[in-house]
Design a protein around this ligand. Sequence first.
Ligand SMILES: Cc1cc2nc3c(=O)[nH]c(=O)nc-3n(C[C@H](O)[C@H](O)[C@H](O)COP(=O)(O)O)c2cc1C
Length: 316
Amino acid sequence: MKYYFAPMEGITNYVYRNSHNAIYKGIDQYYMPFIAPHHHHHLKTRESSDINPANNQNIDVVPQILSKNAEDVIYTLRQLMELGYGEVNLNLGCPSPTVTKKNKGSAMLDDLDNLDGYLDAIFKASPGLKISLKKRIGYQDTSKLNALISLYNKYPIDKLIVHPRTGIQMYKGSVDLAAFDAFYKDIKAPLVYNGDIKTIADIKAIEQKYPKLEGMMLGRGLIARPYLIDEYTTGQNETLERFERFIESLEEGLRETLKYDKDVLFKLKELWAHMYIMFDHSKKPLKHLRKAQNLEDYHKALDEMLECGINNSEEI
Ligand SMILES: Cc1cc2nc3c(=O)[nH]c(=O)nc-3n(C[C@H](O)[C@H](O)[C@H](O)COP(=O)(O)O)c2cc1C
């Protein structure tokens, strides 16, 4: 079983990935948040920095493209090949209305003829480069599920990563394992499960239910407990000392790459909205973290949080 770190726009950029990869083991590949090439083929500064090989040394990373235009994708695939990438992921899953109203991301799962033409052009144009897809089970509903599976089976897809929610579900409601079963049964491409894996018990449940999976991908569960896959694969509990090294390395990286302290603080608060969960009785320090006006306040609240100690008591 392979373990993949999910792309999370605004969170898992190269600063996060480097800190994580330097400290925690067990992740086979880190998927990058999407780049969205335009017809003029310029990438945003944040996108160029993220894919720059100099910022991704000694780390197995896969860039992701979000686009509905095959020509733009093909142009970008060539750029990525020139940079030395061997696998590129195409985003067919983004549920954000700003994306879907332009018929991109998960909305592409609604028009199968268009999707077929898109994939056909891309696979024809890019021999030698592995192409994986990351997707939902449908956009509005799952009525096209079997047709989608037949469509994917026509192409040499390197990996199909399925988050079993529809696009309009966003991140709400429960994952639809019956829909995932259909992929498990009939898809030819190596299959990866993604969605709501937050604990070691969740990892085991997916492994037991789907023993032939190529891998699983974790996003929010790994942000909340950065050590989750390390702990599962090595059997070693997280220590405060190691977590402190991680959070310090991350802050250092953020300080080096962001201009203002307030932006560093904002990013750290965003992470703590997930990470507080690993600490015992963390309600009060979390409140202080949320209220921090500057990095000095933040450090005081962080010390309080660390004093709570990591909760390793149950099987998480
Ligand atoms: C803040 C945020 C940003 C995300 N950005 C991306 C992205 O850039 N590309 C992508 O394919 N999925 C993105 N996702 C979806 C995740 O990769 C993942 O599929 C989803 O969170 C479900 O997995 P999880 O339950 O393990 O988090 C994002 C999700 C969140 C919450």
